[in-house]
Design a protein around this ligand. Structure first.
Ligand code: ATP
Length: 306
């Protein structure tokens, strides 16, 4: 029994690790075939998405009893609009995306999509409606084509390429000796963080979900890669409801509303301009980022002059 126990225990560990990262949920459940913690209500109907309005009403959440993580969080993402969430590390930003995907149930309040409480609909339909571009995409040990097509397994080669173009990864792929047949993943070509994220964006373009959750990578990207990723993110969030967890403030400038989360509470909200005028926490973050960018530019200049 002990022999059986150890691998099962490890599986639990792997499951928790993966779950934490919101890597690729559909793949995770298929590959690991483990029971999900949150259960469907018997006979739960499918979510029906009309415009794709996402609403959090007075949401309280804790991972464990001793510490509240989200406290009275309320916001509405109108159909087709973009809400960006910013705030210090540990504020609870990624937790909001885990809750929307219903990895966990909340303690109090309500989360709904087009008026339907997400606890009342089947998880399968909920997850079909939401496309996630995670911080760290795990690629399968297979070709680039397979990895992109995973977003919609029936897609043709032309559709895969069209998605790759929109995600600004096509030119890179065709520059590889084996093009779309290049093997990637642990045992293949190692892609950079920015390249992996663009593969994830191409996947999501193929999946074509009404609601998007973008968890921007924290890792530093070079300016060109960052520009390309921003352009592709803009492409997929056009005409869709989008929630962006932003680590770079440059991403949020165009958001319809920015939420500043701190210690699990929304402490400021508004457009970029309104928040700059407010001169509070957001304005401070913006100022610090500008200074960091300027310092970097100066450093680069000094290096060139050497
Ligand atoms: P970052 O910008 O660093 O990604 P974040 O704002 O996304 O941070 P979250 O990942 O949402 O922060 O985490 C919020 C808090 O919840 C943190 O203090 C974190 O330590 C805690 N936390 C996250 N996951 C768990 C878990 N599975 N169990 C217990 N606490 C957790």
């Amino acid at each position: 029994l002990i022999q059986l126990y150890i691998p099962l225990n490890m599986l639990g560990f792997v499951y928790r690790e993966i779950k934490q990262g919101i890597i690729d949920m559909e793949a995770m459940f298929a590959v690991l075939d483990v029971e999900e913690e949150v259960k469907d209500r018997p006979g739960a109907p499918a979510l029906t998405v009309a415009g794709g309005e996402v609403r959090f009403e007075d949401v309280d959440f804790r991972y464990d009893a001793r510490r509240g993580i989200l406290k009275g969080v309320s916001f509405t993402v109108a159909p087709g609009s973009t809400v960006a969430i910013v705030g210090p590390s540990g504020a609870g930003k990624s937790t909001i995306s885990r809750i929307l995907f219903r990895f966990y149930d909340i303690e109090a309040g309500r989360v709904s999509i087009d008026g339907q409480d997400i606890r009342e609909v089947s998880q399968e339909s909920l997850r079909r409606a939401i496309g996630i571009v995670p911080q760290d995409t795990v690629l399968f040990n297979d070709t680039i084509r397979y990895n992109i097509r995973y977003g919609r397994p029936g897609a043709t080669d032309e559709e895969v390429e069209a998605a790759a173009r929109l995600a600004r990864i096509h030119d890179f792929v065709v520059s590889l000796p084996d093009g779309y047949d290049s093997m990637v993943g642990e045992r293949g070509l190692k892609l950079s963080g920015g390249e992996k994220q663009r593969v994830a964006i191409a996947r999501t373009i193929l999946k074509n979900p009404p609601i998007l959750l973008l968890d921007e990578a924290t890792s530093a990207l070079d300016t060109q890669t960052e520009k390309e990723i921003q352009a592709s993110l803009k492409e997929i969030s056009r005409d869709r409801t989008a929630i962006v967890i932003a680590h770079r403030l440059s991403t949020v400038v165009d958001a319809d509303e920015i939420l500043v989360l701190d210690k699990g509470r929304i402490v400021e909200r508004g457009t970029h301009e309104a928040l700059l005028d407010l001169g509070g926490q957001y304005a401070g973050m913006w100022q610090r980022q500008l200074e960091a960018v300027e310092a970097e530019a100066k450093l680069a200049e000094a290096k060139l002059a050497e």
